[in-house]
Design a protein around this ligand. Sequence first.
Ligand code: ATP
Length: 314
Amino acid sequence: MITVRVPAKVNVQLGVGGLRGDGFHDLANVFFAVALGDEVTARHGAGVTLTCAGPDAALVPLDDTNLAARAARLLAAHHGIEPNAALHIDKAVPVAGGMAGGSADGAAALVACDALWGLATPLPELLAIAAELGSDVPFALLGGVALGRGRGELLEPLEVAGTFHWVFAVADGGLSTPAVFRECDRLRERAGTGSSERDVPTPDADPALLAALAGGDPVALAAALGNDLQAAALSLRPALADCLAAGLAAGALGALVSGSGPTCAFLVKDALEAASVAAALTASGTCRTALPTHGPVPGARVITSADGESGRAD
Ligand code: ATP
């Protein structure tokens, strides 16, 4: 039995370029891995089977579309072996919340099955399989903080000093990532700026944001947070504005919609402030619950293996 812990992510910067001919957008995506995450356990089994537990478990598909099941099959196919694994997801990351929980489970299943089947797949090969599964999967393998370009899958690890503290406000119900990108294009067309590759400049990482990360400066990072999908998420879910305002009123240094939303992320000064902002947000009634956490943390890694040996858990 192998258990893997994997982080969720917040995009501290999400720059969205114009719509490409292939239907994707070029991104300048600064991924930041947080301690809030899922655990995926793999045991020997016949074929690929899947179970899931956690507050959002009912929303997780348990068929072959699940990214954890797809990851197990893809890894087995890569090595030309039969995919035999009983997978269990202990799910803490909100589903369809803009925190890439499904992608995280895909990355965790790759690492868990790799260990279960004794494959020792080199990291570059795992990263290539991860990129096949989805744009956000490679980052969940790496963790830390990284700049993603292209669709987000071309990753460059970034330098970060110290630990940053966060609160995540979990909404009732999710938002579809493709629907949020479509709304972003629609808002750009409506504003008259156009939404194609020709109309929108290629996004790049903000030097002020990179300096704030490298300097471990939460006040500077709060000032540089940016998400080009935020207007679209707010357009589809106007009540999120109340949640962002409630967190800022409670003392957060900065706030933004996480990825495509509807989870809202709040950067705070320290762990004490995280607890008080989370309590205020939960009491505000503007979200289902608010969870304090921190980062950056490493990517998907084995925390328990068959012999009961435990690794480090953040
Ligand atoms: P992203 O920000 O990467 O677009 P998200 O965090 O908004 O993703 P996810 O929780 O990853 O959203 O789930 C999006 C959809 O993916 C779900 O609605 C579900 O149908 C499907 N899905 C596939 N595998 C999983 C999984 N292991 N956990 C959750 N959802 C999954």
